[in-house]
Design a protein around this ligand. Structure first.
Ligand code: BTN
Length: 245
């Protein structure tokens, strides 16, 4: 089936554009660009623009989801697979939804709901061809692009190919099952990509060893002193990742 896939030369940010133009997508579709003038990241942060050097993509789903809060996990799994299919690279997932290549962040994901319209938006930023100087100047020591990771990219062509692949088969292939069953059918795959598991992690309120991702998408952390904790949101640092100790 052909789903709407809208390409824009530049936009404030694709999530906001998607929210304002929900009717353009029907039940499922996507919008993308290689230039955002007001990108947004998780936890209220800015997502710095890299005009002509990155892909900014938002997928819109307008159907009931049994477990919308786990969309970020699905989004990073699908993105990892699309990147593997295109470049043969194996990204790791830093729970809940950063994608790492060689220990550096190359993808960020921001999922949002529009409850009154019954819509969900998965916003995905993929660093394609920023040079190292971009990350230095932006103060992003743990960021990388495919280019700085040694992956050959042709931005405009690859942005089109990746956006198409994320949409179809990408999200369209998994969405019917995800809508009805949530993240559980995808969990074993998610776990094999997840860099947190078996490692020491710190989160707001504690630390311990990350043991699992449960069927609700929570990170299960065990601490000898305080027992088991299930974390659903916030920042988690992983020993050995992004310089965390
Ligand atoms: C993060 O890691 O903080 C999340 C970054 C999310 C970036 C994507 S790019 C497409 C969409 N548009 C935005 O401004 N943000 C999301």
């Amino acid at each position: 089936m052909n789903h709407p896939l809208i390409s824009l030369p530049s936009v404030e940010n694709t999530n906001a554009w998607a929210k304002e133009h929900l009717d353009r997508f029907g039940a499922f579709g996507a919008v993308y660009t290689t230039s955002q003038t007001a990108g947004r990241g998780r936890l209220g942060r800015t997502w710095v623009n890299a005009a002509g050097q990155a892909l900014y993509y938002s997928c819109v789903v307008r159907e009931p989801l049994v477990q919308p809060e786990t969309l970020p996990l699905l989004a990073c799994l699908v993105t990892a697979k699309v990147l593997h299919g295109r470049y043969g690279i194996d990204c790791r997932i830093k729970w809940p939804n950063d994608l790492l290549l060689n220990g550096k962040k190359i993808v960020g994901i921001l999922c949002e709901g529009v409850p009154d319209k019954g819509a969900w938006i998965m916003g995905i930023g993929i660093n394609l061809a920023q040079p190292q100087s971009y990350f230095d100047q932006a103060g992003l020591p743990h960021g990388a692009s495919l280019l700085t990771s040694g992956v050959p990219v042709q931005v405009e062509r690859d942005a089109d190919i990746l956006a198409a692949g994320l949409t179809e088969p990408g999200f369209s292939a998994v969405m019917p099952r995800f809508a009805k069953e949530g993240i559980e059918p995808f969990l074993s795959d998610y776990r094999t990509h997840c860099v947190n598991l078996g490692r020491h992690v710190s989160y707001d309120g504690g630390e311990g060893t990350a043991l699992d991702v449960d069927k609700d998408g929570r990170l299960v952390v065990s601490d000898d002193a305080t027992g088991e904790h299930r974390i659903f949101s916030g920042e988690v640092s992983v020993r050995g990742v992004y310089g965390a100790v």
